[in-house]
Each structure stands twice: as C-alpha cells, then as structure tokens.
Design a protein around this ligand. Structure first.
Ligand code: ZN
Ligand code: FE
Length: 259
C-alpha cells in the first residue's frame, strides 16, 4: 500500500508524493516546482526520491524535474510525444511501468495537450488514477492543444475505469468546477451536496482531493453529456440543438471557458 500525499505548489497545484513507508522510497508526480518536494525530503532525511512521473509538458508540471533529478538521481517518466525535461523513459499508450513496486498503466488522453498521459494503478480493492490536467474533480482541463473530440474520447476512457477508482488530479479547481456544474444542472442533488462539502473544506483551507469516479459520474458535467438535462442546458446556452454527447461536451467546454 502506498500513501499518496498532496504537496501544495504555486497557487492551486498539487504535487502528489507516492510513499512506500516500509522502504522509505517515494515518487513525485508533476513536480512543477522542486521546492515543496525538497522541503518534504529535507524533513524526512532517511527517505529517497526514486521516480518522477510527468503527465504533460506544461511548466507547472515539469518546472522542478531537472533540479530534483540532478539532486536525487530519480528516474523521469513522461509522454513520448512531448518535450519533457530530463526524461529517461518515453511512454506510450498501453505501456506498463513499475514504480515503488506498483504497476502503472499508461493511458494516452490527448485534449489539454496533444500528448497528455494518465497513469492508472489497477487494484481490485483500491485502484487509483493520476489524471494530471485531464480529469479534474467536477471538471476537465482546458483545450490548449487538442480538440473537443479528443478530450471527449479521453474522458470517456477514464470514465470507463472502475467506479471506485480514486482520482488524483493536479489542481484545486473543485469549488469553481462545482459552481459551473450547478449552473448546468441546478436540480442535481448530488452536485448541491458536493458543493456544500467543498465550500466547507475550502473555508477550512483543506484539500478537496482525491476524488473518485463514482462522484465524478454523479457530479461532473463533462462526464454527463449524455444526460438529457445536461444536453438541454448546453444546447440552450449554445442557442442551437446539439445532437450527440460529443457536441454537448464541446458546448459545455466552450461555456465553461467563459463562465
Ligand atoms: Zn496543464
Ligand atoms: Fe496544470
């Protein structure tokens, strides 16, 4: 069993630190800044950073990679089709890697960037997913490089993982995402309840992650574009009929961009 701890970075990033406490080994996910990871290692001097997992090339995800690798000799994993600093292992769809004695499957999820990957640990009891800037709690990443169609397909793939899968995304966007979700589905009781919980957590300056896919299915509008109520809201906002879940998704994404 790994412990997965959030190290806050910048204003709303989390660097997930996977920890094998028996062997005192750890791995950092998307270290956009070396400082929070280094501070943790300084406070835990008998631990070693062995691996760095990168989901995509944006600076807030790779800015600390080179420094951490230089200091600790950690092995750097990242998507093959993106420019990742100091990458040792270039990953493609379906590849399986072993990190801290846990098998991770690489899932290509283009949309936010064109080479974005997610890492999935398939475990009968507690599967987990490192989703980067693709699937957020109650939201999804902006389309910087990919198309709405690509992102729709990517999210569908993640949504098909087991419902109990815990979702570790890279940003604390849950509150604003749920405000948008509620605008799309004002009558959705699950969204209202989650929004209440998240307001309380944020008032106490607490983290709202990880999420899990069961909660995402119930409250994330970007996974709910086949729901008649979501389709109706999206087409009303777009001012035209939307015939397919994919076109509903594209309209939701455009709506959220200016929400
Ligand atoms: Zn990004
Ligand atoms: Fe980011």
């Amino acid at each position: 069993m790994l412990k997965i701890e959030a190290l806050p970075a910048f204003t709303d990033n989390y660097i997930w630190l996977l920890q094998d406490s028996q062997r005192r080994l750890c791995a950092a996910v998307d270290p956009g800044d070396a400082a929070p990871v280094q501070a943790w290692l300084d406070a835990h001097p008998d631990w070693h950073l062995t691996d760095i997992l990168v989901t995509h090339h944006h600076h807030d995800h790779v800015g600390g990679v080179q420094q951490l690798k230089a200091k600790h000799g950690a092995k750097v994993y990242g998507p093959a089709t993106e420019n990742i600093p100091a990458r040792d292992d270039a990953l493609i769809e379906g590849q399986r890697i072993r990190v801290l004695e846990h098998e991770l499957e690489v899932i290509e999820v283009p949309g936010h960037t064109s080479g974005h990957i997610a890492y999935f640990h398939d475990d009968a009891q507690e599967p987990w997913l490192l989703s980067g800037d693709t699937l957020f709690a109650a939201g999804c990443g902006r389309l910087f490089e990919g198309t709405a169609s690509q992102m729709f397909t990517s999210l569908q793939r993640l949504a098909a993982l087991p419902a109990e899968t815990r979702v570790y995304c890279t940003h604390e966007y849950t509150l604003s995402n749920l405000r948008f979700a509620q605008a799309v589905e004002p009558g959705n009781a699950d969204i209202a309840e989650r929004l209440e919980q998240v307001i309380r957590l944020r008032e106490a300056k607490r983290i709202t992650l990880p999420s899990d896919l069961r909660a995402e299915h119930a409250t994330n509008p970007f996974l709910r574009s086949a729901e008649p109520g979501v389709a109706a809201a999206a087409s009303q906002h777009a001012g035209r009929p939307l015939a397919t879940p994919e076109s509903v998704f594209a309209a939701l994404r455009a709506w959220k961009d200016t929400f």
